[in-house]
Design a protein around this ligand. Sequence first.
Ligand code: TMP
Ligand code: ASP
Length: 254
Amino acid sequence: MARRRQLYEGKAKILFEGPEPGTLVQYFKDDATAFNAKKKGTITGKGVLNNRISEYLMTRLTEIGVPTHFIRRLNMREQLIREVEIIPLEVVVRNVAAGSLATRLGIPEGQRLPRSIIEYYYKNDQLGDPMVAEEHITCFGWAATQDLDDIVALTLRVNDFLTGLFLGVGITLVDFKLEFGRLWENEEMRIVLADEISPDNCRLWDAKTGEKMDKDRFRRDLGKVEEGYQEVARRLGILPEAGPRDMSGPESMQ
Ligand code: TMP
Ligand code: ASP
């Protein structure tokens, strides 16, 4: 099969031209970065697991009517997605204080928030993804007020649904990051969920013990990083058929 044209390489994924106009192939790497790529490493099998976990979560979300860019998984490391115009925002939802919120405001990590908080960060690596307010977003035209209304409504539905889904498998959804894109269909524009949902961009804690099962194990050098990602997949019932040993295998299989 002819190698597809590469359009973009990010820190954890590569985008290739898709088989049909308006589609892309999203390839999941094992590369891991933290602190705006100041820390770099590899998490063996992460790409395979994130591809599978994101497929699973996006599919469940589609079933409840949340529009996403996801079409279908192609193989161990690749999925077919709709090409969207990415809105340059990282939309973070927090249910429990952790990470930068805990640090910035001096709130103990693990304290449940009285209500969920949505924060926006401007997606710009050179600036280190600074936190922004709705005022900045509309002032600089990154998204219109109507777009933000749609984004907030979708984000709250995703949070409600995923909180319940993870709780069902003994995991607390502490916080997570979403990205959205504009999808154009016959002159009509819709905002859809894009990027990925995986332990790379969620904080997932064991509901009983509080043990971390996400990228914080890499960010904070907690060890057993691969095991954390595998445990999330295992609880969701979606470990690749051949089990963890299958994960460092061929990079791309049809
Ligand atoms: P934070 O506490 O570091 O601000 O992170 C909040 C959530 O967003 C957490 O689940 C991890 C995720 N996240 C990303 O997906 N990408 C990023 O670049 C950062 C900083 C956080
Ligand atoms: N993905 C981000 C980076 O390397 C940070 C993170 O997830 O913590 O820059």
